[in-house]
Write a protein that binds this ligand. Structure first.
Ligand code: C2O
Ligand code: CU
Length: 518
């Protein structure tokens, strides 16, 4: 047993040392590789010219009318695009991003997945990192591009990102982690007609959650007795809502978008189409930018070889499909060895499905026949995620038990019965190793995200992986289960730790983690 209850050991593990060395090299090599002008390969809206190792972007935040799923509404977006333009840099470069706020309300940009070493005030969390950008104001975010991988950016004020305030963020490795010809990014998000603020107001309002799954008086599971829930506790709620569907979302599904396009039932809205050449190998960067739903993702007839999770390399896993949660990212290698066209599918666990199209260049650019889905046999087992090599874990870490809970009336979610912001921060000494035990007795999954760090996902308490656990920054904690995370608080600052379901974070399922300077 490599982890236990005793005091923290501050000596870094070999894995930690080599990662730091790598980052140092990365910073040097990044500068060396880009001596002059850096050309941005993407079609991202425009960007200024760039000096040796600084990459500059401008993001303009504002409203516009749009009909991404065939239904017109007012959305909020970056540079008029949904999703926002690709922000990209090489590992170790400096990103300097000027954000101008044309909304009538304050906003921020959080760089989900970036660690912000030494720059926690640039992390973009309302009231945690620094004050938000006022209406009409602007702010220049500046930080080192690390770690490499597939990330994303989004507003971190209230539930704003649900209105369209999100975009892809890619940090390029110094050496490609796999062989591929080309890459594509797919940002997948659930989508609602009403503004996110109205959805939240309806949830917390007198009529409560607008869908099934509400039970009357508190029903606690045996495991949860004494947990101190208020009336209408969600902890013992059945997995099935009153309409017989699994209890997987607090807001009824309407549609989902892939790269900003979807099709609400009954509309003929255009879908995203990825054009591929026969025989080419793609690196697909998948980002779940949802406010509510997990999605099962598949490209019909095209297995996926997963090579990274939340930006960090993993031992490759071949699957037919995978389920991923709000905040999570996966990189997959896909070989275009078929012909014609194939459906790209993202479906909730209740089977509500969104689609895009994989189109071979030698075939007509058309949608495949609308046949219903047959999911491939092999899905992604979370326990099959492994670091590419064994990691050395510290013998000692401090255990912090975080019990997830909530109530339906009033609608509010919490950790250890305390709803953020009415909760003291979790404090840590610099370089302390912490073992978070996430205990989820509720009937819903909660994808938790930690800012400023990776953690090792050790797994369920009775079967910890102490050999080669994966590094992630967002982990789904399934209903009625426990997950143990091990991480080193090596980045002083104030960091947010929260469920990435917007309605849960906004009503209290969050904490600030304060890491002292040494
Ligand atoms: Cu996607 Cu607190 O972040
Ligand atoms: Cu949650």
């Amino acid at each position: 047993m490599a982890v236990n209850d005793s005091a923290a050991d501050s000596s870094p593990s070999p894995a930690e040392v080599s990662r730091r060395d790598f980052l140092r090299q990365g910073a040097t090599a990044g500068a060396a590789l880009a001596p002059g002008i850096v050309l941005l390969s993407s079609g991202a809206s425009k960007l200024s010219a760039l000096t040796s190792s600084t990459v500059e972007y401008e993001l303009s935040v504002g409203p516009r009318a749009a009909e991404p799923d065939g239904r017109r509404r007012n959305i909020w977006c970056y540079n008029g695009q949904l999703p926002g333009p690709l922000v990209r840099a090489r590992l170790g470069q400096t990103l300097r991003i000027k954000v101008t706020n044309h909304l009538a309300v304050p906003t921020t940009v959080h760089w989900h997945g970036l660690h912000q070493p030494g720059t926690w005030q640039m992390d973009g969390v309302d009231r945690v990192s620094r004050a938000p950008i006022p209406a009409g104001g602007s702010f220049v975010y500046e930080f080192i591009a690390t770690p490499a991988g597939t990330h994303w950016y989004h507003s971190h004020v209230g539930v704003q990102y649900g209105n369209g305030l999100f975009g892809p963020l890619v940090i390029d490795e110094l050496a490609a982690p796999a062989r591929y010809d080309r890459e594509e990014i797919l940002v997948i998000n659930d989508w609602f007609l009403r503004p996110a603020e109205e959805i939240l107001a309806a949830l917390v309002g007198p009529h409560g959650r607008p869908m099934s799954g509400m039970k009357g008086p508190a029903m606690k599971s045996p495991a949860m007795k004494g947990a101190g829930m208020n009336g209408g506790a969600m902890t013992g709620r059945s997995m099935k809502g009153m309409d017989g569907k699994p209890d997987i979302g607090d807001v009824p599904f309407e549609s989902a978008l892939m790269n900003g396009r979807g099709r609400f039932a009954g509309t003929h809205a255009p879908l995203t189409s990825l054009r591929v050449k026969p025989g080419e190998t793609l690196r697909l960067r998948l980002i779940n930018a949802s406010s509510t739903y997990q999605f099962r993702f598949q490209i019909d007839g095209h297995p996926l070889t997963l090579i990274a999770a939340d930006g960090a390399p993993i031992a490759p896993i071949k699957v037919d499909n995978l389920v991923f949660s709000p905040g999570e990212r996966y990189d997959a290698i896909v070989v275009a060895d078929q012909s014609g066209s194939a459906w790209i599918r993202a479906a909730t666990l209740a089977g509500d499905e969104a689609r895009a199209v994989l189109n071979y260049a030698d075939a007509p650019n058309a949608e495949p026949a609308p046949h219903s889905v047959t999911w491939g046999k092999t899905g992604l087992e979370p326990t099959s995620l492994r670091s590419p090599a064994a990691v050395s874990l510290v013998p000692h870490s401090r255990e912090v038990v975080l019990r997830l809970g909530g109530t339906m009336r009033p609608y509010a979610w919490n950790i250890n019965d305390e709803a953020y912001p009415h909760a003291a921060p979790i404090t840590a000494a610099k370089d302390e190793w912490l073992r978070f035990v996430l205990d989820n007795p509720t009937g819903m999954d909660h994808p938790f995200h930690l800012h400023g760090h990776y953690f090792y996902v050790l797994g369920a308490p009775h079967r910890l992986n102490l050999v080669d656990p994966p590094q992630k920054d967002t982990v789904n904690v399934p209903a009625r289960s426990q997950i143990v995370l091990l991480w080193k608080a090596n980045n002083p600052g104030r960091w947010f730790f929260h469920c990435h379901i917007e309605w849960h974070a906004a009503t209290g399922m969050a904490r600030v983690v304060e890491i002292a300077e040494r």
